[in-house]
Design a protein around this ligand. Structure first.
Ligand SMILES: Nc1nc2c(ncn2[C@@H]2O[C@H](COP(=O)(O)OP(=O)(O)OP(=O)(O)O)[C@@H](O)[C@H]2O)c(=O)[nH]1
Ligand SMILES: [Mg+2]
Length: 583
């Protein structure tokens, strides 16, 4: 028999140790110690700061484990409070990736963390098979099976967990952040659903609108591919009121903090490169005005993943914040706030902890104070995304969200369509051309390329729902999901245009995409989607059409061909059964 000898971390480390650097740099440095109470500490020569921590450790040795009593509401906190000293000394630290309170008692709940197992410095070394002596006891075999050879690693002088300084310098994030960063998903979303919604009105609104205290600079982060759906209208209304109110107080020579709004339209790289900056600038100003953001102190068009426009933004933010201002990044879930702040950090080139960014709505759970981007006492905060229930994403499962997520530059899909015909966008939206003064009009779909489309006669649309929703037309995935999404309701739009070259109007569905209408004349459109999903008409963001038009019927897509082959197999099976019955 042969055994594989490798220096692996023991299953239960003899000492649970955290790097000292972590204690000293964590926002709530002393608190983590309470989670380590059962562990004997080694007697290293440490600084006076560390001695202080050790004395705290002794003090809390008799306290109950705080995490065992954590409520879900408490877990969803955030390190917005700069006065660390006012927090209970036994609270666990915040995850620097998502702002959730860390806890070590329930692996299924957000915020769970465990001490990372430490790799041996020579873990890259080749694995040498060694013969096992014939007298080896059964205990050794069990160790080999479970992949842990504790005795061997210790016997060969392997380091104890916590000793690798290179590993230790990485800040510790919660298991959820680890999973989002490395696998792009949350392991246990059911536990997450139990968390209360982040209370923007209570946690952030009073701070950004307060007439006293440091100046507030609010970054409205809006997704260019879902401008209307992701625009933070509620915050916009709140700030407009407080700007008016505080400006009045200012005129009366009272001290008043007038919040400054900087509109940041991000994910610019996802719009076609043919769209000009000037045109987009103009369009954004007009649209923001209509949506209620009338008092903008700045407007920036950026791509956080490509670092476009981030330097100008950082400069303006630093100028407005001065030495003491508070800067808040706010916006809808998934708008790109955390990615934007990470890009700002890259731009200034100082060391900062990476925020967790992921295409999962609700990635950031608490307020995170980001160090290292602004100078002096100015503070920068990432905040949890605001839930917009009128965005279609909020109704979809993770698998369905993947189908509508836009991750590459948008490509147009154009139809030439007559009155009495309809276009389906997956099983989520349908547009009927009910009347038209022209013989035919052009409709261009701007949405995820994974979404299957169908164009056909309006009179067949009910049959489409029965036969194809959840199958060829996804999302929803599976017929059973149709009823779960709610009732389909109709909104009417009358659209006029004066050019056969450029689209004049967009019909935009929040969280999904938009259909651009191009015609010379007038048309009446009936748009169907699930009750509560916001559908608006606006002036066209992108005027151009595709060079080659789509045909009637289904668009060619993997989803459609897969559903087709399942359908034909089912049909074959049925006819096979019928024949055998007849015989
Ligand atoms: N292509 C592109 N993708 C972006 C950009 N900014 C963000 N994203 C992507 O958008 C998704 C959401 O980004 P996050 O930064 O996590 O969004 P968020 O607003 O912090 O989301 P919550 O924390 O859920 O509120 C991620 O998949 C990002 O990679 C961008 O400029 N370009
Ligand atoms: Mg975030």
């Amino acid at each position: 028999m042969r055994s594989i000898v490798r220096k692996l971390s023991p299953l239960t480390p003899p000492h649970r140790r955290f790097p000292l650097s972590f204690f000293l740099s964590a926002p709530n440095s002393c608190s983590i110690l309470s989670s380590l109470l059962p562990c004997p500490l080694p007697p290293p020569a440490v600084s006076s700061a560390a001695n202080h921590i050790l004395s705290l450790l002794r003090h809390f040795a008799s306290q109950p484990s705080p995490s065992s009593t954590l409520s879900l509401a408490y877990i969803r906190g955030g390190c917005y409070d700069a006065e660390v000293a006012h927090r209970p000394p036994f609270s666990l630290p915040f995850c620097p990736g998502c702002g959730v309170h860390m806890q070590d008692s329930d692996p299924s709940l957000p915020g769970f963390f465990s001490t990372p197992s430490t790799k041996s410095p020579d873990y890259h070394a080749p694995i040498y098979p060694l013969p096992l002596s014939s007298t080896s006891d059964p205990e050794t075999s069990i160790f080999i099976k479970s992949g842990h050879l504790q005795e061997l690693s210790e016997a060969t002088g392997g380091p104890l967990p916590g000793d690798s300084s290179a590993e230790d310098s990485k800040p510790l994030v919660c298991a959820r952040c680890h999973s989002l960063r490395h696998y792009g998903r949350v392991k246990d979303s059911s536990a997450e659903n139990l968390l209360p919604d982040f209370d923007f009105d209570c946690m952030i609104a009073p701070k950004i609108a307060s007439p006293s205290g440091p100046r507030s600079i609010v970054l409205f982060v809006v997704d260019a591919t879902d401008f209307d759906g992701s625009f933070p209208r509620k915050v916009s209304r709140l700030l407009s009121t407080s700007i008016d109110h505080n400006a009045l107080a200012w005129k009366e020579s009272k001290s008043a903090n007038i919040p400054r709004i900087i509109l940041v339209v991000t994910k610019l790289d996802l719009l076609p490169s043919s769209v000009s900056q000037e045109m987009l600038n103009e369009w954004t100003r007009r649209r923001a005005n209509i949506l209620g953001a009338v008092k903008l102190a700045g407007l920036h068009l950026v791509s956080a993943v490509r670092d476009w426009g981030v330097r100008n933004l950082v400069e303006q933010v630093a100028e407005f914040a001065g030495p003491r201002g508070n800067v808040w990044a706010v916006g809808a879930q998934n708008a790109g706030k955390s990615t934007l702040i990470n890009a700002m950090g890259r731009c200034v080139g100082r060391k900062m902890t990476q925020l967790t960014e992921a295409p999962v709505p609700g990635t950031t759970l608490g307020i995170v104070r980001v160090e290292g981007v602004l100078c002096g006492h100015a503070k920068l905060f990432d905040t949890p995304g605001i839930l917009h229930p009128y965005q279609i994403t909020t109704r979809l499962t993770r698998e369905e969200q993947k189908l509508i997520h836009i991750s590459k530059e948008l490509k147009p899909r154009t139809y030439r369509i007559k009155a009495g015909h309809s276009i389906h966008i997956g099983g989520l939206m349908r547009l009927d051309v009910e009347e038209s003064s022209a013989d035919s009009i052009y409709l261009t779909v701007w949405a995820s390329p994974l979404l299957p489309l169908h164009m056909g006669k309006k009179e067949n649309s009910h049959k489409m729902i029965e036969d194809h929703f959840g199958r060829q037309l996804q999302p929803p995935i599976g017929e059973h999901r149709i009823t779960e999404l709610g009732e389909l309701v109709r909104t009417e739009f009358r659209v006029t245009g004066d050019s056969w070259d450029d689209s004049s109007t967009d019909i935009a569905a929040a969280g999904l995409g938009w259909i651009a209408v191009c015609l010379k004349g007038e048309t009446l459109l009936g748009v169907w989607t699930y009750d509560g999903i916001n559908v608006v008409s606006r002036s066209s963001l992108i005027a151009r059409k595709a060079k080659i038009f789509e045909e009637a019927g289904f668009t060619v897509s993997n989803i459609v061909s897969k559903a087709d082959s399942i359908f034909s197999k089912e049909k074959q099976n049925k006819s096979g059964k019928k024949k055998s019955v007849l015989r």
